[in-house]
Design a protein. Sequence first.
Lengths: 232, 518
Amino acid sequence: MLKLEHVEIRKGEFHLKSHFDLQQGHIYAVLGPSGGGKSTLLEAIAGFDPVSAGQIAWHDRSITTLPPGDRPIAMLFQDGNLFPHLTAAQNVGLGLHPNLRLTKQDQSEIVKALSEVGLDGLADRKPAALSGGQQARVALARLTVQRRDLILLDEPFAALGPALKAEMLALVADLARARHATVLMVTHEPEDARHIADQVILVAEGQAHPPVKTQQIFDNPPPQLRDYLGQK
Amino acid sequence: MAGRAQPVSAWPGTSAAITLAVLILGTLTAVALRAETGAGLGRAEWAAIRFTLIQAALSGMISVTIAIPVARALARRRFRGRRILIALLGVPFILPVIIAVLGLLEVFGRAGWISDALGLLGFEPIRIYGLHGVVLAHVFLNLPLATRLILQAWQEVPAERFRLAAQLGCDGRAMFWLIEWPMLRRILPGAFAVVFAICLTSFAVALTLGGGPRATTIELAIYQAFRFDFDLGRAALLSGVQLILTILAAALALWLATGTGFGKGLDRAVRRWDGANPVSRTADAAWIIAAALFLLLPLAAIVVSGLPNVLSLPSTVWSAALTSLLVAALSTCLLLLLALPMAFAIARGGRGIVELAGLLGLAASPLVIGTGLFIIIRPIADPFALALPVTALVNAITALPFALRVLVPTARDVVERYGKLGVSLNMAGLPFLRFVLLPRMRPQIGFAAGLAMALSMGDLGVITLFADPDIATLPLQIYRLMGAYRLDDAASASLLLLVLSIGVFWVLDRGGRRHAEA
């Protein structure tokens, strides 16, 4: 239910155009060469970069000018998803109340969210005392308590090994399906897209193309995707 | 970038900057309105201008010239105590000027150690007052800064270059022209400009070691016009001249200077393959020992002559110490109220007014602001009753440029690194400030607060304009004891001031770094 209507983003010389709809509850992979504008697309949807033309609408209501925190969006970035001086529980708590005024009920929700991602008993640890995988799980626990309808992932698990990354993406997929949330995940690896994405958005040459079913796009790749994949 | 989401708002910083600009420009206007038209610069004023420029240029040149071999020796030698010596090079920055002066008098003065030794050999004692005394004190205070600036540049030369030069068979001389001279040519003008700018606004040194028609700086002339003759017109005229000079010097220093001298990693020695012969080893050792003695002897003299009487100091000294602590604490709070919002505003990418105000703070002369505040306050209230708050405020303004240099880089880092996450979690504003910016900047805030408090503790500037006989900060009390030739008490009070200044810096700096996580 996210509509990008003739959206145009400009950053100096660089510009990106997009015009398509996303369905609720689907998982979309954003695929394309680096420097093509994958992150830019996500940051514009999240509200970090102003769009220079067009409209972004959520359930037919324009969110084009809303500040990032007021959009129905939870986002994970490439790095720096946790505050290193706050405990795991506090980092998750920020997803409930940005001023960390937490009730008893909030506290138990945090404990539950941490336990769901397999971090029982680690609530009081700070990120430095957690492994890379555990840190990613804390960020996931925050996603669950945020209860947002649209989840944007800008390659947050890129630094993890392949097995761990696949596990994290599977966790995100489970979470999204259980909540009927929409996921938009940037990736440069076709395998990630094949594993969990329903549809693929190809971003190349200043254009974010409308989503195509994953199976369909890999069976019959358009020229830009063929170039990216290195297929003749 | 317009419309870009930001985790902190700009208005507190902008308000702080406007307050500061109004304060600096307002006091200047107040002084300027008092300046009588047509009363141009007389002979005494020209003499003060000439003396100010000559002493600053000499101090800058001598400091930088001596700093080159000292920095070179420190850069290429490893020895026990090297780390401590380099840490000690940071001390003169927060060392109260009056202590430096008193220590230098004990070593180089008429009744000092060197004169005593000369007397035994049948020579005349040295005369320290006048131009050479002023320059000596300025070199003492600024040689360490110049050394740190040059040492930093030396350490930044990639080790591979020395390795390559050694592999090509360059001797010390060839290595100097190939690697070190180009580096020095880049860094020296900046180091000179920084020392020159600092010495241009020197007041306490000129007050204690200068004076008289032949050794009066502009700051001192402002003080004399104000305090002795109550000639506000002349004070205003001199203030205008001083402001033009300081703005030019500050611009020059900013334009030429590259490092801050606060850099980390200075205790790393560069691995070199030249200078292994006995001659250069001895020369390096001699430079290091001479510089260490020059810096440590005056401080040692204060400790030696001050220690016996510390506990029997008169009560006026103890109450002055308490006054100084209160003024310094107030000054530190004012500084943080100004500097933190300004640093946050600059970190957002805000330019213009905020950075301009920071620059104004660099060029502002404490005595000009003091004179202006006096003129503004007088119709409303008794300026002498407000001596202490005014001192605290002026000290805060003086410390502001240094605080910004410490705070801005980290604030920028934090906003860059965690700004988006904060905004996406709806933390913009107070929550981001409370849970992210302040905790992550604690080490820098502690360091800046420590600098500000130590600088304020040791300041002997604007307080001399306002103080009546009943009120004194500790440095002013020491100055009065010196004037009354009670040098033993002055030394003991200086020791107390030394301990307090370094103590407050240490406590605040430590407090900031304790439990701080990477």
